[in-house]
Design a protein around this ligand. Structure first.
Ligand SMILES: *Cc1c(COP(=O)(O)O)cnc(C)c1O
Ligand code: SF4
Length: 357
């Protein structure tokens, strides 16, 4: 058995297993025993948890919380609304669509961590929503839609599929002439870096007209280890760029210092910050949500001008009508007939001539 298969076989999803890693609090125990929810992660990721700090950023992403019982702002049937599953266009369950030229193609509903903040919680974690994920049905639909040039393969976590299944998806998509790029969304580089094996590299590598891109999800600098750094390097050896899609999480990464260190550390292991997402209004995750402005303020106060330009993600709110970027508009101070007045991260001002159309 390969190391990654052992990681999945020894999944930490019982109190007994969890106790080997941390001192479980009464609240955590109660949440685990009373919430009817799927939870757990790999022993590798569990070993990064702080044994004695219930506020450990990894622990909070892994272990159910009683906060999940409270739901003031979350929307019922969130995913059906968010992924436009109720529209007149007929699509297989595995295809979610918000844009003309690209779709999200869900191929699996299992993960290497059942993130407590997951926006697909109803499907992946709580399993109140059941959908059919038929890869061949999805491929057939994509074949019939020649306006789709970018396919985002997602889940769950598509890298929990076998090498053969991943190879099959890639080769079928590459046969479609109008498909110009394939993207995988996978948390494995963070929660199970052992997944990036020589065999998987053989599936991914090699020049082809249709490139593969990967986005992972890392929310806190503590999630980044030497193993992750090496896994990312191996993916790059396969000609794949790795980006990050972080989720803004209250008490985990919503302070200036953590937010800056996260983005700097990602670059130090060759991951390009792509998006920071506002924590979506899925049900039962109110306790992770910040005010909407928070992400834009953090980019202003922690990143833009304060550190390397490459470390800048775009802050977006993912909605049913697509992702909407939010920028703090403080950079723009004023405009008159002659000049624009702009401001930088230190509050200094400068002017630019107002050139009319
Ligand atoms: C996020 C998403 C995409 C990809 O959006 P990009 O901004 O291109 O990364 C495509 N389709 C759906 C349904 C999505 O949710
Ligand atoms: S890995 Fe992704 S799909 Fe799976 S639980 Fe976490 S956020 Fe949700």
């Amino acid at each position: 058995m390969k190391e990654w298969e052992k990681q999945l076989n020894n999944f930490v999803n019982t109190l007994e297993e969890l106790e080997k890693f941390i001192n479980i609090t009464d609240d955590e125990r109660e949440a685990i025993l009373t919430l009817n929810t799927k939870w757990g992660t790999t022993p590798y990721f569990a070993s990064l948890m702080d044994a004695d700090d219930p506020n450990c950023p990894i622990r909070r992403q892994v272990i159910p919380s009683l906060g999940e019982n409270k739901n003031v702002y979350g929307l019922d049937n969130y995913l059906v609304w968010k992924e436009n599953r109720d529209t007149e266009e007929s699509r297989p369950d595995c295809i979610a669509r918000q844009y003309k030229d690209r779709v999200a193609f869900t191929v699996i509903d299992v993960c290497g961590i059942y993130c407590r903040h997951c926006f697909r919680k109803e499907l992946v974690v709580d399993q109140d929503l059941s959908l059919r994920f038929d890869v061949d049905e999805g491929i057939k639909w994509i074949k019939e839609h020649d306006e789709v040039r970018d396919v985002l393969v997602t889940g769950g976590d598509p890298f929990l599929l076998s090498d053969e299944k991943i190879a099959y998806i890639i080769s079928e998509l590459r046969k479609i002439e109008h498909v110009e790029m394939i993207r995988f969304g996978t948390r494995t580089p963070i929660v199970m870096p052992q997944r990036i094996t020589e065999d998987l590299m053989n599936v991914l590598k090699g020049y082809h007209r249709v490139p593969i891109w990967i986005n992972t999800q890392c929310n806190h600098p503590k999630e980044i280890t030497e193993e992750t750094a090496k896994a990312v390097y191996k993916l790059m050896e396969c000609g794949i760029n790795v980006g990050n899609q972080a989720v803004l999480l209250k008490g985990i990464n919503d302070d200036i210092d953590t937010f800056k260190r996260l983005h700097q550390k990602l670059l130090s292991i060759r991951i390009k910050p792509y998006y920071v997402f506002y924590c979506e209004p899925a049900p039962g995750i109110d306790h992770f949500r910040t005010p909407v402005e928070k992400g834009a303020e953090l980019i202003r106060d922690a990143l833009r001008g304060h550190t390397t330009g490459l470390a800048q993600p775009m802050y977006v709110v993912a909605t049913n009508i697509g992702k909407i970027p939010l920028m703090p508009n403080y950079y723009f101070v004023d405009k008159d007939d002659e000049n624009y007045t702009l401001m930088n991260h230190r509050g200094e001002r400068t002017q630019l001539p107002n050139i009319k159309e």
